[in-house]
Design a protein around this ligand. Structure first.
Ligand code: SAM
Length: 266
């Protein structure tokens, strides 16, 4: 049995058992091989854009004796899928901007039809992925955050509500999810929503030391940007610095009041 990282294990744990999974940007196909070996899914597809990782995925499938259950395909994003061919799509280990582009291209070409869940692990730009999910009517059902080998990762689990559950209930759920009134700081609705998109609506409702650590590190980065902008003589530098400073203040305020032992949101 393949040994996988804590990051990939967290993704695997979100995959609904007994369905079909497609892992896009699969590289060595570690995740789909693991999902098949543990009989979590019945069949899987590994999609990969680049030749080297594609060959590594083919080899992994062959070495595991799983070529009859794991279809390894070379291509860009969701283009390797036929509509209705998978229940779960996992995408991990790339930036949120690329991930959102892949999802949007898949949506535009009907490749998301019939897909019931997405398990996404952007390395950066998680806010872009949450915004895409919100825009395209995917409900962010759960989030996880973990630290491994000195890096912090977020995993997002989104589901498609069934037609009979209706658009109204989706709208209500989304409004509730991105309602920041549980945070004891003063924000208008738009500011609150932006903050939850940035920091994670579930992560903020179930705060952990890893979440606090992530945002302490992000604050360090933002402070460095501000220091550099102070040295700049570009005309927009002051304006940019003020925007970053406002962000820093909001994040610091949130960190100060994180309700560390609040019950989870449902
Ligand atoms: N998903 C694996 C993981 O999380 O361990 C591998 C992550 S690896 C850093 C990202 C992979 O995505 C690379 O193998 C890269 O070739 C592939 N990739 C990048 N853009 C892609 C695209 N548009 N479609 C499919 N694969 C892509």
């Amino acid at each position: 049995m393949l040994k996988i990282s804590k990051r990939l294990q967290t993704i695997a744990d979100f995959v609904t058992p007994d369905g079909r999974a497609a892992d896009i940007g699969s590289d060595h196909a570690m995740l789909p091989v693991y999902l098949l070996q543990t009989r979590r899914v019945a069949s899987a597809i590994a999609g990969e854009l680049n030749q080297g990782p594609y060959e590594a995925a083919c080899k992994q499938a062959a070495d595991a004796g799983l070529t009859y259950k794991l279809s390894v395909r070379r291509g860009d994003g969701l283009s390797v899928l036929q509509p209705g061919e998978t229940d779960t799509i996992t995408i991990a280990g790339m930036g949120g901007a690329l991930m959102s582009e892949i999802l949007e291209a898949g949506f535009q070409t009907g490749k998301l039809e019939g897909v019931s869940e997405l398990v996404l692990q952007p390395n950066v730009g998680e806010d872009l992925v949450r915004s895409w999910l919100l825009k395209r009517g995917w409900y962010l059902q759960a989030e996880a955050i973990l630290e491994e080998d000195g890096k912090i990762y977020e995993v997002l689990h989104a589901i498609k509500l069934k037609a009979e559950e209706g658009n109204d209930s989706l709208k209500t759920l989304q409004l509730k999810l991105y309602d920041s009134s549980f945070l004891p700081i003063s924000l208008n609705a738009d500011q609150g929503k932006a903050l939850l998109l940035q920091m994670g609506p579930h992560l903020l409702r179930q705060p952990s030391e890893v979440l606090a650590e992530k945002w302490r590190l992000e604050l360090d980065k933002l402070e460095k940007i501000c220091a550099q902008l102070s040295l700049s003589d570009q005309p927009q530098a002051e304006e940019k610095k003020a925007a970053f400073r406002e962000q820093i203040n909001k994040i610091e305020e949130v960190l100060r009041c994180l309700p560390m032992d609040k019950p989870s949101f449902n």
